[in-house]
Design a protein around this ligand. Structure first.
Ligand code: GAL
Ligand code: MG
Length: 967
C-alpha cells in the first residue's frame, strides 16, 4: 500500500480524538515518555531499502534543521509561499526524491500495565506517519499538526520489549493540503509517548459553560475490552460523578432518557450528561480569564475510583448577533495576531515555555487575540490562552494554495477536510479561549468547505465558524461557511465602505491585515481609528507574529539547528551566523525573504511596531479637545483597579516634570473629564505635551508591578518661550554675522559640512515589492548627486537631475549670536511626486554616539506609524537603528522639534521651525521635511495618500545653536 500517494488515506487505526489528554508524563504509572534519542536514517524515498548507517536523532525534532542527520540524502529547509516546491500534480507526490525519516527505538512496556491496553501517542509528524512495531504495520496518520494515537497492545503487550518504528514520509498526497506559506520541514515535531488507561475509562468529556452560569458536561465512557457488558450501558452499580469545584452536578435524566433510545449510543460504552446552574459565577473573558475545575470521576460498583479527569471551564458565551461578535453579550475588539509554531533553530518544534513567553509578549504589547495560522497549534498553547486570557481563532490544517480551486471540490480530498476540521474541534472544544473555528486558509471555496462547516455547526453549535475563502469574492456571500467577514489585507477604504454603504450584516474582522514584512505596518492607527468608531468593524489579526528566519552558519551554509542555541542577541546573529530566508539553503524554487514578515525578529526581539500596537491597544486613552482633557477606559470588561498613572509634561524648551495621577474609577467603555494637574498646566514653553504613563499596580504573569503598560499623550496649547531660552529661531536674532561660503558652496565654518539635498531611502520591503523602489531608481533618485549652480552672498542654489527634470534646492544661511540658521527650499518639477523623502543630509566629521530629541519616541517611528509619546528622548546612536533582517531604511523618529547629537568632539543642537523626521546615523544626520509613510504594500495597501510626499515646493528651516560644532 502506498499511503503517501492516496488522497483518501487520512490514517489507519487512529484512536478517536477527544478532549482528554492521557499521554502526559507521570512517574511511569500510566505514561512512558519516549522523547529523546532515537536511531534514525534519512532515506531517499519511502520505498528505499534500509541504509547501512543509523544516526541518532532527537525526538521531537526536524531533520531538516539538523544536518548531522542527513547522510546520503541532504534535506535542508525549503521555503515557498503559495507554490508547491515541485511540479508534480495532485494527488501524486514526487517519487524519486521524497525524503523519508525512519526513527526506531526499543521500548519496554511496563509490566504493571498488565490487563490494560497499551497506546502510542505521536504528537505530530510531517507529513505522513507510518507506525510499525517489530516490523508489523500498526497504523498511519496524516495532518502534520495534530496528534495520532494507536492501540498497539496486540504487538506490544505489557512487559514486552519491542522495536517501535516511526517512519515519516515528507511528501504525500496530504502535502497538497498543507501548502502554507512557511518553510517545508520533515520530522516528528511534538512528543512521543506510550500510555495506558483503565479498561473501562472516561473516553471523552465535553463541557459547555455559558455566561449565564449554565454548565453541561457530557461524559463518555469507553471500554477497551469490549466484551461482557451490554452495549451502551455502564455495568450495574458503576457510576459517573461530576463536580464543579466541590459542588456535585445533577445527572440529566431527561437527556439520558433520550439517549437510551438513540442508536448512536451503541458505538460507546455509555454516555451521560450532567448539568448545573451557577448564576453569578465569575465569567471568563480575555481580560478576566477565570477558570473553574470540573472533576469527572468514574467509580465501580464498590464505589472505588476507576478513572478521574479534571477539565477547566470558563463560563462564557460567544455569539454573532447581526454585525456584532459578542462575548458574554458584549461587543469586543479583536486585537489579534497570527501565530505559527516555529523556531529559528528547531524549525517547527516549540516548547511550552517558549509558547508561554510568546503569549506573555502578546499581553505586554496589547494583543488580546490569536489566530492559529494555519493549523492547530501545540496543545500547551490553548491551556495558556485559557489561563492568560486570549480570544483564539482555531484554524484547521488545510491550505491547498497552489491547487486551491481544484481540491476544494474534490471528493477524494473530502476525508482530509473533514478529518482535519473535526479532529481539531474534538480536541479543542473545551477551551474557553477558542471562540471561533476556522476551516483553514487559502483553499478557494468549494463543496468540501460547506460539508465541513455543516459538520462543525452540528457538532459544536456553541461557536461561530469562519473561512476567508468563503467571502473573498463577495463580502455578502459565503454564509454557509463563514459567520464572519474575515478578509485578508483589505484596504481601509474597502472596510469603511462595506460598513457604511449598507448596514453591515456580519462582523468584519480581518483574518490577516497589516503585513509586517521588514520595516512596515503603516497606517495601523488609521485602521484602528475606523475600527473603534464604526459599527460592524471589530478588529483583525496582524500578519504575523514572527519573522521565520532560520539561523544559518555562514561558513558552510548549513542550518545551525539546536547547536545554534544562544548564538544571537537582541535580534542579531553572532559573527559566523545569519538569519536565512528562502533560497539561502540552495532551495529552489523559493520565495526569498517573504517569510520574514513578523512583528518580532526571528529570535523574538520586538520590532518597533510592537510599541505602536501597545499604544493603539492602550486600556487608558487620553484626549484634549476644546481645552477639555478626557480619559477613556478602552477595556471591554475591566476597570482600572490594577493600573497606576503618572502625569508627565514635556516641552520643547527642555522642561520635563511629572506628578502622580489618580486614575478615576471608570467602567469599561466610559469616559471622564479630568483636570490638567495645576503643577503642570503652566509649566514649560514652546510645544508642550502631556503624557499619562500607565503602569501595572500589581504584578501579573506578563508584567511585574510597576511595568509600563502604555504612554498615551496629548498636545497642550503652546506657550511662548521666555527670551533667551534656547536655540530656536524666531526669538531676538541679535547681531547678525556673515556666513561665508566658498566658491563651490562649502560652508566656511570649522567642522560644518554643508548639508545636501537627498530624496532617496534604502528601499523597504514594501517599497521593493510594490515597485516604488524601481520607480524611484528609474527617476534617477538613487544615483543623483546635487550640483551647486550658484553661490550668492549666503545663499547656495544646487540642482539635482532626475528623469522628470531638475530639482532646485536653495539654502539661505544666516548667523547671529544665537546660532546658524538655514532656510531650505526644494522645488520639485512637475510629475516628480510620491518620493521616499525630501530632506537634507548633514555629514558628521566625527562619530555620533548619542542622540537626544524632542519628538516621538523612544522607539523608531515613521509618519504612518508614530503612535508614540512626544517628549524628550535620549538614546545611544547604535540603539536608534533597527536590525531588520534584510537591510533597509530604518531608525527614523518623526515630529522632531529639537535634536542634540553628541559626537566625540562636542554636541550639535538643532532646532526646527516645524516638526521634521530625523534619522541619526554614526556619520550623518538626515533631516526630512517630508518622509513617505511605510504602508504595507508587500502584501496589501500601500501608504495612504496623506502619508505620501507630494510634488511642488517645500520649505523649512533649521538652526544650529552656537558654541557647538557639527563634528
Ligand atoms: C496570506 C496568507 C499567509 C501569508 C501572507 C503573506 O495570503 O494567508 O499565509 O502568505 O498572505 O505573508
Ligand atoms: Mg498561502
Amino acid at each position: 500500500m502506498r499511503e503517501w500517494a492516496e488522497p483518501e488515506h487520512v490514517g489507519r487505526r487512529r484512536e478517536p480524538v477527544g478532549t482528554l489528554r492521557r499521554a502526559v508524563p507521570d512517574d511511569g504509572a500510566t505514561c512512558l515518555d519516549l522523547d529523546g534519542d532515537w536511531e534514525f536514517q534519512l532515506r531517499p524515498h519511502p520505498e528505499a531499502a534500509e541504509l547501512p548507517a543509523w544516526r541518532t536523532a532527537q525526538v521531537p525534532g526536524c531533520w531538516t534543521t539538523e544536518p548531522s542527520l542527513w547522510g546520503e540524502v541532504a534535506d535542508p529547509p525549503w521555503y515557498t509561499n503559495d507554490r508547491m516546491p515541485w511540479p508534480d500534480l495532485p494527488p501524486t507526490p514526487p517519487t524519486a526524491h521524497n525524503p523519508t525519516g525512519v526513527h526506531r527505538r526499543d521500548v519496554t512496556v511496563p509490566a504493571d500495565w498488565s490487563g490494560r491496553r497499551v497506546l502510542l501517542h505521536v504528537g505530530a509528524a510531517e507529513s505522513l506517519l507510518l507506525v510499525r512495531v517489530d516490523g508489523q504495520p500498526v497504523g498511519s496518520s496524516t495532518d502534520s499538526h495534530l496528534a495520532a494515537e494507536f492501540d498497539i497492545t496486540p504487538w506490544a503487550p505489557p512487559g514486552s520489549t519491542v522495536r517501535v518504528e516511526l517512519t515519516v514520509v515528507k511528501w504525500s498526497a496530504a502535502t497538497f493540503v498543507e501548502d502554507q506559506d512557511q518553510w517545508w520541514h520533515g520530522g516528528i515535531t511534538r512528543s512521543v509517548r506510550l500510555f495506558t488507561r483503565p479498561v473501562l475509562h472516561l473516553s471523552d468529556v465535553r463541557t459547555v459553560a455559558d455566561a449565564g452560569g449554565r454548565l453541561s458536561v457530557d461524559v463518555r465512557v469507553g471500554c477497551d475490552a469490549g466484551e461482557g457488558a451490554q452495549r451502551g450501558y455502564l455495568p450495574a452499580g458503576w457510576r459517573v460523578d461530576v463536580r464543579l469545584g466541590r459542588t456535585a452536578l445533577a445527572f440529566d435524566a431527561e437527556a439520558h432518557a433520550r439517549d437510551l433510545a438513540d442508536e448512536r449510543l451503541s458505538l460507546y460504552r455509555g454516555r451521560v450528561r450532567f448539568g448545573g446552574w451557577f448564576p453569578g459565577i465569575a465569567t471568563w473573558t480575555a481580560e478576566t480569564p477565570v477558570l473553574h475545575d470540573v472533576t469527572v470521576d468514574l467509580r465501580d460498583a464498590d464505589g472505588a475510583l476507576v478513572d478521574s479527569q479534571v477539565q477547566r471551564v470558563g463560563f462564557r458565551t460567544v455569539e454573532v448577533v447581526g454585525p456584532d461578535l459578542l462575548v458574554n453579550g458584549r461587543r469586543i475588539f479583536v486585537r489579534g495576531v497570527n501565530r505559527h509554531d516555529r523556531d529559528p533553530l528547531t524549525g517547527r518544534v516549540v516548547t511550552t515555555e517558549q509558547v508561554r513567553q510568546e503569549l506573555l509578549t502578546f499581553k505586554r504589547f496589547g494583543f488580546n487575540a490569536v489566530r492559529t495560522s494555519h493549523y492547530p497549534n501545540d496543545p500547551s498553547f490553548y491551556d495558556l490562552t485559557d489561563e492568560l486570557g486570549f480570544y483564539v481563532v482555531d484554524e484547521a490544517n488545510i491550505e491547498s494554495h497552489a491547487w486551491a480551486h481544484e481540491l476544494c471540490d474534490d471528493p477524494a480530498y473530502l476525508p482530509a477536510f473533514t478529518q482535519r476540521v473535526a479532529r481539531m474541534v474534538r480536541r479543542d472544544r473545551n477551551h474557553p479561549s477558542v471562540i471561533i473555528w476556522s476551516l483553514g486558509n487559502e483553499s478557494d471555496y468549494g463543496a468540501n468547505h460547506d460539508a465541513v462547516a455543516a459538520w462543525v455547526r452540528r457538532d459544536d453549535p456553541t461557536r461561530p465558524v469562519q473561512y476567508e475563502g468563503a467571502i473573498k469574492d463577495d463580502w455578502n456571500s459565503g454564509f454557509a461557511a463563514s459567520d464572519i467577514v474575515c478578509p485578508m489585507y483589505a484596504s481601509l477604504d474597502q472596510v469603511v465602505e462595506h460598513v457604511t454603504r449598507n448596514p453591515p450584516i456580519r462582523p468584519v474582522i480581518q483574518c490577516e491585515y497589516s503585513h509586517a514584512m521588514g520595516n512596515s505596518n503603516g497606517s495601523l492607527s488609521d485602521y484602528w481609528a475606523a475600527i473603534e468608531s464604526l459599527p460592524g468593524l471589530q478588529g483583525g489579526f496582524i500578519w504575523e507574529f514572527a519573522d521565520h528566519g532560520l539561523l544559518q552558519r555562514t561558513a558552510d551554509g548549513l542550518p545551525a539547528g539546536r547547536a545554534g542555541t544562544g548564538r544571537f542577541t537582541d535580534g542579531v546573529p553572532d559573527e559566523g551566523f545569519r538569519w536565512a530566508h528562502g533560497g539561502d539553503f540552495g532551495d529552489t524554487p523559493h520565495d526569498g525573504a517573504f517569510c520574514l514578515d513578523g512583528v518580532v525578529l526571528p529570535d523574538g526581539t520586538p520590532k518597533p511596531v510592537m510599541f505602536e500596537h501597545r499604544e493603539l491597544a492602550s486600556p487608558v486613552r487620553l484626549s484634549f479637545t476644546d481645552g477639555v482633557l478626557r480619559v477613556r477606559n478602552a477595556y471591554d470588561f475591566s476597570g482600572w483597579g490594577h493600573l497606576r498613572g503618572r502625569w508627565v509634561l514635556e516641552a520643547s524648551d527642555g522642561t520635563s516634570c511629572s506628578v502622580p495621577a489618580r486614575l478615576p474609577d471608570l467602567g469599561p467603555g466610559c469616559t471622564a473629564t479630568v483636570e490638567v494637574p495645576a503643577e503642570l498646566a503652566e509649566a514649560g514653553a514652546g510645544e508642550r505635551w502631556l503624557q499619562l504613563v500607565v503602569t501595572q499596580a500589581e504584578g501579573t504573569a506578563w508584567n511585574p508591578a510597576g511595568a509600563e503598560v502604555s504612554r498615551p499623550c496629548v498636545r497642550l496649547p503652546d506657550r511662548a518661550r521666555d527670551e533667551g531660552t534656547g536655540g530656536e529661531p524666531g526669538g531676538e536674532p541679535g547681531a547678525e554675522f556673515p556666513v561665508v561660503l566658498t566658491g563651490d558652496g562649502a560652508l566656511d565654518l570649522p567642522g560644518l559640512v554643508r548639508p545636501e539635498l537627498t530624496l532617496w531611502r534604502d528601499p523597504t520591503d514594501n517599497d521593493d515589492i510594490a515597485g516604488d523602489a524601481d520607480r524611484w531608481v528609474a527617476a534617477g533618485l538613487r544615483d543623483a548627486h546635487p550640483v551647486v549652480v550658484r553661490v550668492e552672498g549666503s545663499t547656495v542654489v544646487s540642482v539635482l537631475g532626475t528623469s522628470a527634470g531638475q530639482v532646485r534646492h536653495t539654502q539661505r544661511f544666516r548667523r547671529d549670536a544665537r546660532g546658524l540658521h538655514c532656510e531650505e527650499t526644494v522645488e520639485l518639477p512637475e510629475g516628480l511626486d510620491d518620493l521616499p523623502r525630501i530632506g537634507v543630509r548633514v555629514p558628521l566629521t566625527a562619530t555620533a554616539v548619542n542622540a537626544t530629541w524632542f519628538g516621538t519616541g523612544p522607539w523608531e517611528t515613521y509618519p504612518d506609524r508614530c503612535t508614540a509619546p512626544v517628549g524628550w528622548h535620549d538614546l545611544p546612536v547604535r540603539a536608534l537603528a533597527v536590525p531588520y533582517v534584510r537591510p533597509q531604511e530604518n531608525g527614523a523618529r518623526t515630529r522632531v522639534r529639537e535634536l542634540r547629537v553628541r559626537t566625540s568632539e562636542g554636541e550639535s543642537r538643532f532646532s526646527f521651525d516645524r516638526p521634521v523626521t530625523v534619522t541619526v546615523h554614526e556619520d550623518a544626520v538626515v533631516l526630512d521635511v517630508r518622509h513617505r509613510g511605510l504602508g504595507t504594500a508587500s502584501c496589501g495597501p500601500n501608504a495612504l495618500p496623506q502619508h505620501r510626499t507630494g510634488a511642488g515646493t517645500h520649505t523649512w528651516s533649521w538652526s544650529l545653536a552656537p558654541g557647538v560644532r557639527v563634528s
